[in-house]
Design a protein around this ligand. Sequence first.
Ligand SMILES: Cc1ncc(COP(=O)(O)O)c(C=O)c1O
Length: 395
Amino acid sequence: MGFLKNDSKYIINTYNRTPIEIVEGDGVYVTDINGDVYLDMFSGIAVNSLGHKNEGIMKAAFEQIGKYIHVSNYFASEPVVELAKLLVENTFAEKVFFTNSGAESNEAAIKIARKYGRSKSEKKIKILSAHNSFHGRTCGSLALTGQKKYQESFEPLIPGVDYFDFNSIESIKSLIDEDVCAVFIEAIQGEGGIVEVDKEFLQEVKKLSLEYDFLLIVDEIQAGIGRTGKFLSCENYDVVPDMVTVAKGLGGGFPVGAVLAGERCCDVLVPGDHGTTFGPSPVACAVGLVVVKETLSKELLDGVVEKENYIRNKVNELSEKYPGIIKEVRGKGLMLGINTGEYANLIKEEGMKRKMLLNVTAGNIVRIVPALNITFEEIDKFIELFEDIIKNIKK
Ligand SMILES: Cc1ncc(COP(=O)(O)O)c(C=O)c1O
């Protein structure tokens, strides 16, 4: 053992560490301290969108570090402005607010929504979010996270949040009135088990947002930036939200997030209303420029869809060959969930033995979120290892 033995001694113990010590990454592979090489099928939870040690990312980061690392928000910064311009020119957004993480993106969106609501009426502060959603761990974003197990020990969280059943028009309608200022929703619930929103449901919420004058905020912190085969996941449902929150994949591994704000709310915040010292890092934005240019390309986006179909077909074949283990493949693009019920954690452990990193979400879903530029040969490797695992499962 190298550094792992000191991890829980010196670091507040909030994570269940995987017992390997990664010292290097390259593409979709990571190498541990013993020289063992692992196939990385979850890319730092959908973060390393262009893989490890990406040439373009390294070049952009080193170049920006060679100029300056930080100047503070007292000054405009070229890579920051350029990244905002690229995002605005290629999405519904009129303006962008940059952050350092997903939770911070949602915090900023909450403030925009509350200020938007209060500008209409003192009572218009109610926020709706879905049961089983995940929006982050800070007190605001945790209030949006509709899962008691994450919230209980930290209550009271911010007040004025209520929860609807995901994809139930009846449920959301029962909560909507003139006092609602925003609805937050994931296009694909990630931590909730890779559950996709219904198109009709999202379109109905959009209609309601205009009728009741609230903001529709799509949390694409996991599903955005090319992950589903569209640059933004809401494009899959022909819905234009008022805000989209992003993070994870945006910086290709560097911490940067953003609120993309449409015309109804892009000028709600004014100087003094909100801020962050680090957000955004010019280095992260220089890297974000590389990531966004790449993930906007038709070649990459079409490739994500082709790879989704390829994985689905292969996994479905395995499901027929070894019945009773794989119950369903769900999700979109390279954000896929393989429902393997009670076998999910065993599959993850067996993956480790075969030098493959897998992630399990919601207890029963093997979450497949590799780098978007994973090759078909690398996917074949995954399928080969996955088959070897499930064929050896004793039921
Ligand atoms: C949909 C969604 N929203 C928000 C977050 C929180 O992001 P962060 O961990 O960067 O604060 C996550 C993280 O998993 C997420 O998946």
